[in-house]
Design a protein around this ligand. Sequence first.
Ligand SMILES: Cc1ncc(COP(=O)(O)O)c(C=O)c1O
Length: 440
Amino acid sequence: MGGERRDRIVALDKRHVWHPYTPMGPYIAATDPLVIDRAEGCTLFDVDGRAFLDANASWWTSNLGHRHPRLVAALERQAGRLCHAPLAGITHEPAAELALALVRAAPDGLEHVFYSDDGSTAVEVAMKLALQFWAQNGRPERRRFVALDGAFHGETLGVTALGGVEVFRRPFAGVLLECVHVPSPGDPASYERAFDALARTIREGADTIAAVVLEPLVQGAAGMRVYAPEYLRLVRDLCTRHDVFLVADEVFTGYGRTGTMWACDRARITPDLLCTAKGMSGGMLPMAATLATRRIFEGFLGDPSRAFYYGHSFCGNPLGAAVALEVLRIYDEAKVVEGVSERAREIERAFSDLAELPFVARSRALGMIGALELEGDAGYLASAGWRVYLEALERGVYLRPLGNVVYVTPALTIPVADLRRLLRVVRESVEAARVPRPQA
Ligand SMILES: Cc1ncc(COP(=O)(O)O)c(C=O)c1O
C-alpha cells in the first residue's frame, strides 16, 4: 500500500538522513526501516497501514499515548495565540502557569524553574548551575562531579562527562569535565557496598566536588538497572552532611514511570536540582526544565555579573509550555500515576515468569518498566536484543532493545488488554529469537 511513497521516503532517507545511534553503513546497505506514518493511542502505523504496539512510548516520552486529544487541543489553542516569544527578561502565561504547576508537583523545596529543550540540556543546566553557584559563593575549587558507573544523562559535551556507557563516552574522553564514576548500586539487595564507595569518594574529595548526579531508582540506558530507594536516602544524607549538591535526573523516571510521580518520592527526598523532560510534554514537543531550591536561586542574586547567563532560543516555548501544563492537568484529573499499580503488577508478573526461560539471565520490573537480560554478550552493542526486536516486529510490536536487554516502557495509560498482548508478544519473541529457525 505504501508502494511508491514508501520507496521515495526510504531513498531520500538513505541519501540524506544521518540517524542517531545508528551505524550508517549497515543501515544503508541492509536495513529495511519502519516508515512511520501516524500514531493513535499506543499504536504506531506505518505507510503500508501496518499497526505496531509502541512498547517504549516513543523513547520514553509519550506517557499518555500518542496524540492525546487534550494535548492536541491545547497545542492548537496555543498555536492560535502565540507560538514563540523569547524568555529573556519578558514572559508569557504558559511559562508562568507551568512553573507554578511544576513546583506544586515536584518534591517540596524546589521553587524555581529554569526551562530548556530536552533531557540533555536539563542536566547541562544543572551542571552549570552547580559550577557557577560554587564559583561565586566562596567555593570555586568545587569543579568535579560524581556519577554512577553505567550512568546516562544525555549527549551535550558537558553531560557526556557524567556518562558511564563506554561506547557513548569513548570518542570524547580526552576533552571532558572531570567526573569520578562510582560503582552502580546494583540490584536492590546489594547497594551497601556501592554506597560505601560513594561515601569514601565524598569524604575524601568533598572540597572539590560540585555535585553528585544520578538517575534516581533506575539507570535507564544502562539496561534498566533498578536499585533501592534506601540508597537514594543515604546519598541525600551524605550530600547534606558534606554540603555537596545532589542532582536528580528524572528525565526518564519522572512523570510516574516508576509508580510515583518522581522516583525521588519513593525515597522521600528532595534533591537540590531536579531535571525533567521527555514525559513532561507527553511526547509532543521538545521541552525540559531544571528545578532548583531557593538556596541555589539566591546564589545568583546581587550584582548582575552573578546572573546565570545561559539560555536557548526555545526556552519555555509557549507551545511546549501549554502542552506540558495540560499534561499535568491530565495527570491530576485522570489520576494517571494511581493507574500505574494495576499495570505494574501485570508487568512484574510477566517479567518474573520470563526469568525462568533458560536463555534469560535475569529480569526486573518497577512501575511501568519491565526488563530482561538475555544470556550472552552484554553491553550496548550486543546483538541478541535485535533478534528479539525483529521477532516482535513480525508480531506487531515495536520495541527497541538496549544491547542484550529487552525491555518495555509503554504509555502509563496503555489499556490493560493491549499491555497483556504486548507482554505475550515479548515472551513469544524472546522464545523465537533463541530457537534456530528451520532451514527453508
Ligand atoms: C536519564 C536521562 N537523562 C537524560 C537523557 C537525555 O535526554 P534527551 O535525549 O531528551 O536529550 C536521557 C535520555 O534517554 C535519559 O534517560
